[in-house]
Write a protein that binds this ligand. Structure first.
Ligand code: NAD
Length: 284
């Protein structure tokens, strides 16, 4: 039976660490602010934005919400980003994706000041991750890494397999594992012999977006299994990419969904905003 890796517990520890540091900064007269921009009324985006606001309150940050209508133009959003880039009260800027189709997401990401890019999507920050000298990491892979660390398993020299090659999860996750001296394989939709490759993984990270994709015959006994997937089932329940019931008896450690990587993402956003505030105040 695998040990459960609790994202709830680890994220609470990260947030407590951030809250304590934010309190210290406040005592020095430094308040931390996160601007969250949402365009349109995508219900999932609304849920995420609300959770981010709540997390800001919990750690003692000021949160500034900008809710723009669905028909907002790219120029209007670029103008707002510029205002936020220049606002000293705002240490971090997060534009909730996806954006309506008339707005080019890349143009918006590129316009956010790299110093305030707490999602770490700006090409400057992506490049820094490649080199290994980064201030911010994208929140989801950073959270997954915290969960791996919480097991006490040393990544160095381990076979690490990441399923998924997206810019937001798969690719940066692979880079983080590589920086920790893991031997990393990235699998994707064209990968052949996926089962065999996964079965060789000491650390297996699934970021596919397909319910129950990782089956028991893909998992090495004792492996650390990190499930990034969030899939909504017909009955409304959330489920990950890993067939939890079948894999849990085989794995050494496993994250549940919900309650695994999900809560970590927001905790790492708070961590990144703290880092941004410190750097902008010459304390980083
Ligand atoms: P994506 O759709 O951009 O990427 C999915 C990846 O899976 C692709 O790189 C693709 O090559 C790979 N893939 C698809 N079919 C495959 C197959 N048959 N075999 C092997 N690989 C295959 O998705 P994403 O943005 O990386 O997100 C992945 C999952 O993680 C989704 O369920 C998403 O909801 C979830 N997610 C969770 C969080 C969180 O906070 N927990 C954050 C971001 C994404």
């Amino acid at each position: 039976m695998a040990q459960l890796i609790s994202g709830k517990e680890v994220s609470a520890q990260v947030k407590e660490r951030v809250r304590a540091q934010a309190e210290e900064l406040k005592a020095k007269g430094i308040e931390i602010g996160l601007a969250v921009v949402i365009v349109g009324d995508n219900p999932a985006s609304r849920v995420y934005v609300n959770s981010k606001k709540k997390a800001c309150e919990a750690v003692g940050f000021n949160s500034y919400e900008y809710a723009l209508p669905e028909e907002t133009t790219e120029q209007e959003l670029l103008d707002l980003v510029q205002v936020l880039n220049n606002d000293p009260k705002v240490n971090g800027i997060l534009v909730q994706l996806p954006l309506p189709k008339q707005i080019n997401e890349e143009a918006i990401i590129n316009a956010i000041s790299a110093e305030k890019d707490v999602d770490a999507f700006h090409p400057m920050n992506v490049g820094k991750i490649m080199i290994g000298s980064y201030a911010f990491l994208p929140c989801t892979p950073a959270g997954a890494m915290e969960l791996i660390d919480s097991t006490g398993v040393d990544v160095s020299g381990k076979n690490c397999v990441v399923i998924g090659r997206s810019n937001i999860v798969g690719k940066p996750m692979a880079m983080l594992l590589l920086h920790r001296s893991g031997t990393v394989t990235i699998c994707h939709s064209r990968t052949q012999n996926l089962k065999e490759i996964c079965r060789n993984a000491d650390i297996l990270v699934a970021a596919v977006g397909r319910a129950n994709f990782v089956t028991a015959d893909m998992v090495k006994p004792g492996a650390v299994v990190i499930d990034v997937g969030i899939n909504r089932m017909e009955d409304g329940k959330l489920c990950g990419d890993v067939d939890f019931a079948a894999v849990e008896p085989i794995a050494g450690y496993i994250t549940p969904v919900p309650g695994g990587v999900g809560p970590m993402t927001i905790a790492m956003l708070m961590q990144n905003t703290l880092t941004a505030a410190k750097q902008q105040n010459g304390l980083g």
